[in-house]
Design a protein around this ligand. Structure first.
Ligand code: NAD
Ligand code: ZN
Length: 409
């Protein structure tokens, strides 16, 4: 066997791992690509006095006029009808830097956009029509669902076009928008089709949160509770102390909750050692094995965040029953979620299949299959400290479901 070194300086261990006995030539290729993107918080992104948007797009080539196309969530446009005009006006004001190729394109938001492949194709067609190339920008303004769908479009057209996210929901600002994933639902599976693809920039505008319906404002807070539970006891205590302020959407508390949650999500992605999830663990998906299943069982009648809150409560109780978490912690967690406005029961959680098994249990295997490899579920060993397990006792899950059912009565 001969080995051809294609990159200078590869360590000898690379070669030692080769199979000497094979009559083959083996070449090794290795390179790494650093990722970097800004995550900004502002208020009034498209106020002409605010230079952030123009400066962000001009970051690498300040002297160039940058072509951009904007897909905007219909829900955002309905809630703040002046937004599209403000974007057009902003781009005219900054016309030396920005070339808006066409007026902002209204796009259906929520899970509907992730449910229909044709909408992805339509967006791709729009890019073709407007000659959007890899040096242009695709700007997505909307909730987590729209960002996921437009992110997929941006990642795949021309094999990847610069993508700027403008998240407009609590959940999209404090969790999904700052991450590296996109995707749509296919074959009755959540996020079946998608890519890992970091954005060019994330521009969070608190102004959008003001127009969000209360139900969505509350739903997103579940992701902040989640990340506090696995990574940051102090933040959990902050959420407890400010539960009333958050439940009534007091501005300072909301803004801190969003920013701190986004920061903890970013830290996990950057320092957790597996940003593109090649391993089996996914700590940021604490509470999500049940949540994803509840979303599909309810045909998305439950919002993602609402399902996550139930999933957190379920796995907190399970952690206690499994002897991992001190008794009483799960009550503290449930109390906080309820103070924030979550209901910790949905009839879908109690539904059974023909064999009498809880239907939500099928979520365990679906979760494993989506991640690949060994089943890895994050549970709690303390408030602020996650722990990974590789199996779940179905009778303890059933007990946890029963506990939640009794609790809500
Ligand atoms: N990619 C990731 O890493 C990741 C992480 C977590 C969640 N997600 C995905 O995010 C999605 C949930 O996102 P979401 O909670 O933001 O909800 P969403 O995107 O479904 O939006 C909820 C509703 O709010 C509307 N809306 C959005 N912004 C608004 C605003 N400012 N004012 C008024 N209405 C507005 C939308 O039109 C929609 O009807 C799920 O599909 C979930 O799978 C992705
Ligand atoms: Zn989530």
């Amino acid at each position: 066997m001969s080995v051809i070194q294609s990159v200078a300086g590869l360590s000898p261990d690379v070669y030692e791992s080769c199979n000497d006995s094979a009559d083959s030539e083996v070449m090794w290729q290795r390179f790494s690509v650093p990722y970097e993107y800004t995550v900004c918080f502002t208020d009034g992104l498209f106020n002409t006095a605010n230079e952030l948007f123009a400066n962000t797009l001009s970051r690498h080539e300040p002297d160039k006029r940058h072509r951009l196309i904007v897909f905007i969530d219909q829900g955002v446009a309905d809630a703040s009808p002046a937004t599209c005009a403000a974007i057009k006006n902003y781009c005219s004001e900054y016309s030396e830097q920005l070339d808006l190729t066409t007026p902002p394109i209204l796009t259906v938001g929520g899970e509907s956009i992730k449910a229909d492949w044709k909408l992805i194709e339509q967006m791709q067609q729009t890019l073709v029509d407007h000659h959007i190339d890899r040096h242009s920008y695709i700007v997505a303004i909307g909730g987590g669902a729209l960002l996921d769908a437009v992110g997929l479009v941006a990642a795949t057209a021309h094999r990847g076009i610069r993508h700027v996210r403008v998240p407009t929901t609590v959940l999209a600002q404090n969790d999904s928008g700052v991450g590296v994933k996109n995707g749509i639902n296919l074959f009755s599976q959540k996020n079946y089709l998608g890519t890992f693809s970091p954005p060019f920039a994330v521009l969070n505008d608190y102004g959008f949160i003001r127009t969000l319906p209360p139900r969505d404002k509350i739903a997103g807070i579940a992701e902040a509770v989640k990340v506090a539970l696995i990574r940051d006891t102090d933040f959990f205590q902050y959420l407890q102390r400010n539960a009333h302020a958050l439940a009534t959407f007091e501005q300072n508390a909301m803004q801190y909750m969003i920013m701190r949650s986004a920061q903890l999500h970013m830290r996990q992605i950057a320092t957790g050692g597996d940003p593109f999830e090649t391993g089996s663990a996914r700590p940021l998906d604490f509470g999500h094995w049940a949540a994803h299943k509840l979303e599909t069982l309810t045909a998305f009648e439950l919002r993602h965040g609402e399902a996550v809150a139930i999933g957190l409560a379920l796995d907190a109780r399970y952690s206690v029953l499994a002897g991992l978490l001190s008794q009483g912690c799960e009550i503290e967690i449930c109390n906080l979620l309820e103070q924030l406005g979550f209901k910790l029961w949905h009839q879908a959680l109690g539904e059974r299949d023909a064999s009498g098994a809880y239907q939500v249990l099928a979520g365990l295997n679906e979760f494993r299959e989506h991640l690949g490899g060994e089943l890895t579920i994050t549970l709690l060993q303390a408030v602020g400290v996650g722990v990974e397990v590789h199996s779940m006792d179905e009778s303890l899950v059933a007990e946890s479901i029963q506990w939640l059912r009794v609790r809500q009565q």
